[in-house]
Design a protein around this ligand. Structure first.
Ligand code: SF4
Length: 598
């Protein structure tokens, strides 16, 4: 069994699993990843420096340029833009003495922009040396930077207490409070006795544990809704050892922060669910893949893992069960939305660029280092603990026939009560909007940009369930007077920036969509542009390799379908469009004049 801290256990290629960790260490020590460090890593792994460079350059949080003692990331999400992002940016640049994207002359501060960091209910926000600072004002930004430059650690400034211990629930609650608005019956319901829960589970055979989640009707909470029991059974049936079990905590979908809530408030539910899954699948190596934006949770999570080891609930012969060896290691990501895709996540775990793999083979057949790998989401593992504690019948009785149980929603945007809600599958959009105190809702983004933009007026009766609004946990609300097309542009630009670039429909399609959208927003578009946006989006949905490219057009497609008037009111008058889409100003400036020139 692999030690949780040193992953090298003699498997061919396993040293490379440490590459992201080593890059993090170097950056924290040196302020950036320099050429000498790259050369050293290359020698150690028997790779060329170029191969190390191509990994480091893939991730937003790794820097190959000028070193900086402190790294500040201002969150530039759609919700941050509506909550004073621009004022905070000005204050930040003034206090740091450099622009966003630069390192100041003294090498003290590097200022950067980053997409949604799982703090949508606490915007505007920023990360300073990995520590979140939320609900910012310009005055607070000035004070934070002054204290940072005076030598105070970010962890202390954020908590406002020099005895701050980042490995405690109290510290987390101070820096990034979780607002549980309506919880139960499954999540955050009580403080479970995890030792007892696991003791009872381990009295059952692996097959009985597979049956437990199958009988409950549990489906993966990552978005696709694949039946969890089936995935576990297929993993168990795969020949070969070792087997990996991965908890996907790369919660990158803009507007989602429920996994942050679970890891902050109920980490033992998540880890106990992983132990049950390990027993059921035969996995002996566990990995919690934690998104870089949640780096501040790591000390807290490591402390929980150590407590489980101390109780004999992780490690060799768990609870005295001979042959059941399983431990969990935290693998920190480094900032790449595409790593939410399970095959990209596996590549990242292997110390590579997060490039999605072609399927088949599927991860359960050929995952980390070619070994069977079962990937489940944070909420899925927490649900396993709830099912084990309360019984599959109780879970199955909740929700609908096809969508058993409940769903956690991260609610943000224009509403009176943002935060975390647990709803039963089957609740209507109208009911949820009333519950969260929606303010004059004009558009609701369900499942983030990769999901669906719906109209409260037309879609109020639709239900949250796998056959209808199969929400992945993100619910963003926007008032009627919000500029819908600027939101669509923001999301489309996000996908263009996050594309890994390996396949053409996504790499060029996103840029083409963005250019055509800009033309419409600028008042130079025609009906032809709208038709092209729809056709290209449909093509990307069919031809892209992974979910990112397939869903990237959805902000455009779903708003075109639900709110066509928002586009049509921006089109150029028909008699102004001699050549559809042709932009004379861009043509004279040598830019993209549009296809009307052809
Ligand atoms: Fe990469 Fe986009 Fe292709 Fe996915 S669809 S593999 S993100 S280029």
């Amino acid at each position: 069994m692999a030690s949780p801290h040193t992953v090298v256990a003699g498997l061919p290629g396993e040293e490379r699993l440490q590459l992201l960790d080593r890059l993090w260490e170097i950056q924290q020590r040196d302020g950036a990843i320099g050429d000498a460090a790259v050369a050293g890593l290359a020698r150690w792994l028997g790779l060329s420096p170029l191969e190390i460079d191509e990994v480091a350059s893939f991730y937003h949080f790794f820097h190959r340029g000028a070193p900086a003692r402190h790294r500040v990331y201002l969150i530039d999400s759609a919700l941050a833009r509506l909550s004073g992002h621009d004022r905070i940016r000005e204050a930040l640049e003034r206090a740091a003495g450099c622009r966003l994207g630069e390192v100041d002359a003294g090498g003290r501060i590097g200022l950067h922009s980053t997409p949604c960091a799982g703090l949508s209910d606490l915007e505007p926000a920023m990360l300073v040396d990995g520590i979140p600072f939320c609900r910012l004002t310009p005055e607070r930004v000035a004070s934070i930077l002054a204290r940072l430059l005076a030598g105070e650690p970010a962890a202390v400034i954020a908590a406002g207490d020099d005895a701050a211990d980042p490995a405690t629930a109290a510290w987390i609650e101070r820096v990034a409070p979780v607002t549980l608005r309506r919880t139960g019956p499954l999540f955050f319901t009580d403080h479970r006795d995890h030792q007892r829960l696991l003791r009872e589970c381990l009295e059952r055979s692996p097959e009985e544990l597979v049956a437990l989640v199958t009988d409950a009707g549990l489906r993966g909470r990552g978005g696709a809704g694949f039946p969890t029991g089936l995935k576990w059974r297929l993993t168990r049936e795969q020949p070969g050892a070792p087997k990996y079990l991965v908890c996907n905590a790369d919660e990158g979908e803009p507007g989602t922060f429920k996994d942050r809530a679970l890891l902050s408030r109920a980490p033992l539910d998540v880890f106990a669910g992983m132990v049950v899954a390990a027993r059921a699948t035969g996995a002996d190596r566990g990995i919690l893949y934690l998104r870089a934006e949640y780096r501040y949770l790591r000390p807290w999570l490591e402390r929980q893992l150590q407590a489980l080891r101390d109780q004999g609930l992780l490690g060799d012969a768990i609870l005295g069960l001979e042959g059941f060896d399983f431990d969990i290691r935290v693998q920190l990501g480094a900032g790449a939305y595409v790593c939410g895709d399970e095959t990209a996540l596996i590549e990242s775990c292997e110390g590579r660029r997060g490039t999605p793999r072609l399927k088949p083979p599927f991860p359960i057949q050929h995952g980390i280092l070619g070994h069977p790998t079962c990937v489940n989401n944070v909420e899925t593992f927490a649900a396993v603990s709830a099912i084990a504690a309360q019984g599959p019948e109780r879970f199955r009785a909740l929700g609908t026939a096809e969508s058993a149980g409940t769903r956690l929603l991260s609610v943000s945007g224009d509403c009176g009560r943002p935060g975390i809600y647990e709803i039963e599958w089957g609740a209507t959009l109208e009911q949820v909007l009333a519950m969260v105190g929606a303010r004059d809702p004009g558009a609701v983004w369900v499942s983030g940009p990769s999901g669906e933009c719906v109209s409260p007026q037309r879609d109020g009766g639709r239900r949250f369930c796998y056959g209808d609004l199969s929400c992945n946990g993100s619910l963003m609300l926007f008032r009627r007077d919000r500029d819908l097309l600027s939101l669509v542009r923001h999301f489309t630009a996000f996908f263009a920036a996050e594309s890994c670039g390996i396949c053409v429909p996504c790499r060029t399609g996103n840029v083409n969509l963005l250019q055509r959208l800009d033309r419409v927003i600028a008042g130079r578009g025609s009906e032809r542009d709208l038709a092209d946006l729809a056709a290209w989006g449909e093509l990307m949905g069919r031809a892209s390799r992974c979910g990112l490219g397939a869903t990237a057009p959805r902000p455009i497609l779903t708003t075109l379908e639900r709110f066509p008037e928002r586009y049509r009111e921006r089109l150029a008058p028909a008699d102004d469009v001699l050549l559809p889409g042709f932009d004379p100003a861009a043509a004279l400036a040598g830019g993209d004049p549009g296809e009307g020139t052809a």
